[in-house]
Design a protein around this ligand. Structure first.
Ligand SMILES: Nc1ncnc2c1ncn2[C@@H]1O[C@H](COP(=O)(O)OP(=O)(O)OP(=O)(O)O)[C@@H](O)[C@H]1O
Length: 251
């Protein structure tokens, strides 16, 4: 079997007396969408922070693309291809949609465009930014100020900014949060398109979306992974159903 793109083993994180990540182990195969679900307060966001490198685990290891990254900070992990989509705050409202994506391309490329003549460098930068916008269906909005986009379009731009980093694994923390029904439909369509080209680790509350998108699902409850399996098996798992008692989402 091919080596997983992400392998998490024995990960632990405590906040005071609370084990928020309690011996978490799971791996993500290359290609498709692996979702992490769990009731409120299960520790999903804390897990994402440890995977992206903004929070240091107390114990355990995170291997990405065959490398130990546990002690690395976010910038180094991002350069290796472990990118996280940030919330809307990373969208610069006073810049155009294209400029927002171009800044992300530039951040990834470092000084490589400097070796081109300025006009050629700018053209190459804009082409790559435009390609990222097209992948999320925002090409027609390229010239608009990012600040006037709708909520759903800002989420699309956030995705384009992450894609501009050319990630090998894209971490998405609640990409549908705050989206209305139509925006949700559109975003699900975009994510279905992206999963053909990218490997995505998705944390999401919207169960309909998770079951429409995911190839595999890990269920986190009180900081522990209680199951990792294909969606149909997760849906039928009595322990998973019990964890969601009172929340009718999985049922
Ligand atoms: N910095 C912190 N200090 C202390 N406790 C924290 C801290 N961050 C999170 N927690 C606690 O850890 C637990 C897990 O929080 P986390 O936000 O990771 O869960 P979650 O699964 O993402 O929740 P939700 O689904 O509501 O977003 C919660 O009980 C939370 O109060």
């Amino acid at each position: 079997m091919a080596e997983p793109i992400l392998a998490v083993a024995g990960l632990r994180k405590r906040f005071g007396g609370l084990a928020v990540t309690d011996d978490v182990s799971f791996s993500v195969a290359e290609g498709g969408i692996h979702a992490v679900i769990g009731p409120n307060g299960a520790g999903k966001t804390t897990l994402i922070h440890q995977l992206s490198g903004t929070l240091r685990p107390d114990a355990g290891s995170i291997r990405f693309a065959g490398r130990e990254v546990t002690g690395m900070g976010l910038p180094r992990r991002a350069r290796l291809g472990l990118a996280r989509s940030f919330q809307i705050t990373s969208v610069l409202p006073g810049f155009s949609v294209l400029e927002n994506a171009a800044l992300a391309v530039q951040a990834r490329s470092g000084s490589s465009f400097r070796f081109m003549r300025p006009a050629a460098g700018e053209r190459a930068l804009n082409e790559q930014a435009m390609a990222a916008l097209d992948q999320v269906g925002l090409g027609a909005r390229a010239g608009m100020m990012a600040g006037v986009l709708s909520h759903g379009e800002k989420r699309q731009l956030e995705l384009a900014i992450a894609l501009a980093m050319r990630p090998r694994l894209l971490l998405l923390d609640e990409p549908l949060a705050g989206a209305g029904p139509e925006e949700t439909e559109r975003l699900i369509g975009i994510l279905l398109g992206l999963k053909r080209a990218y490997t995505i680790l998705l944390v999401e509350h919207d169960m309909q979306a998770v079951f429409a998108l995911a190839d595999r699902i890990s269920v986190l409850v009180y900081g522990r992974i209680i199951a990792t399996d294909a969606p149909a098996a997760i849906r039928a798992d009595p322990a998973v159903r019990a964890a969601y008692l009172g929340e009718d989402e999985v049922a």
